[in-house]
Design a protein around this ligand. Structure first.
Ligand SMILES: C[S@@+](CC[C@H](N)C(=O)[O-])C[C@H]1O[C@@H](n2cnc3c(N)ncnc32)[C@H](O)[C@@H]1O
Length: 242
């Protein structure tokens, strides 16, 4: 398996994003994701698609006992080791699809903006359920089905170049979408809302929170942010293992 994040140009563009430079405080979804976490003190935490490791550091600072961040990209893992090197964190180059998911191992599994790269998301839900301890929690943020459905993941623009509307197309046809992200060709996977939510329920999870990410009030001053109120971009879920 190969990661687009290992492509030199894409990696450089990703490094310019504010969330890459400033961490979680610059991530538009963090004001909604952070309150979903239980106390992590003394807990074991697995981060699927950890990228630079911001959520691993969050867990470490909450005094988690053990944190594992996995990511397919060698470059992202190298960066995580440099930027977020707390001693209780282990980073591993590993695909979300390939990880062994030992039974009853983790108190909390988190995945931020990585599951829309996974074709068979239900298989991951089964694996996460197995690897969680009873009472464990799965918190994830995935690109919203309304955002991923359309063909190019972009607005339809007026002749003057302003966003006219967001096309939702081929909604009930899940699977590969060839998108442009940060000026590069990136393949993502579209899943319907039913696949995501029923995928969790059918595999034993109890849903506690489902939210659609909306920019915080203070972010509305950033140019272009008002457009983020025109369509949902991210779906946040907290699901529990009974
Ligand atoms: C948008 S970044 C998010 C990184 C991090 N979770 C964060 O919120 O800062 C997506 C990450 O998912 C990783 N990724 C994509 N497909 C993956 C896969 N199949 N297995 C593991 N990691 C994957 C990428 O390498 C990248 O680091």
């Amino acid at each position: 398996m190969k990661s687009e994040y290992d492509d030199e140009r894409f990696f450089e563009e990703y490094a310019k994003m504010s969330r890459s430079q400033e961490g979680l405080s610059a991530a538009g979804e963090w004001h909604q994701l952070k309150p979903l976490f239980p106390s992590l003190q003394g807990k074991t935490v697995l981060d699927l698609g950890c990228g630079y490791g911001w959520h691993c550091t969050f867990a470490a600072k909450q005094e988690a006992a053990q944190v594992l961040g996995i990511d397919l990209s060698q470059k992202m893992i190298e960066e995580a080791k440099k930027r977020n090197p707390e001693k209780q964190i282990e980073y591993r180059i590993c695909g979300i699809e390939e990880y062994e998911y030992p039974e009853h191992m983790w108190d909390c599994v988190v995945s931020n903006l990585a599951l829309h790269y996974i074709e068979n998301i239900e298989k991951i839900f089964q694996n996460v359920y197995r690897t969680l301890k009873p009472g464990g929690v799965f918190i994830f943020n995935i690109e919203h089905p309304v955002f991923t459905a359309g063909v190019g993941q972009d607005w339809i623009y007026t002749e003057a170049g302003t966003p006219q509307y967001w096309p939702v197309d081929q909604y009930f046809i899940p699977g590969e979408r060839k998108t442009r992200f940060l000026g590069c060709d990136v393949v993502k996977q579209h899943h319907t809302l039913t696949q995501i939510l029923m995928g969790l329920l059918n595999n034993g999870f109890e849903l506690e929170v489902v939210e659609e990410a909306k920019p915080a009030e203070e972010m509305m001053r950033i140019p272009g942010m008002k457009d983020e109120l025109r369509r949902p971009m991210m779906l946040l879920v907290k699901a529990n293992k009974k």
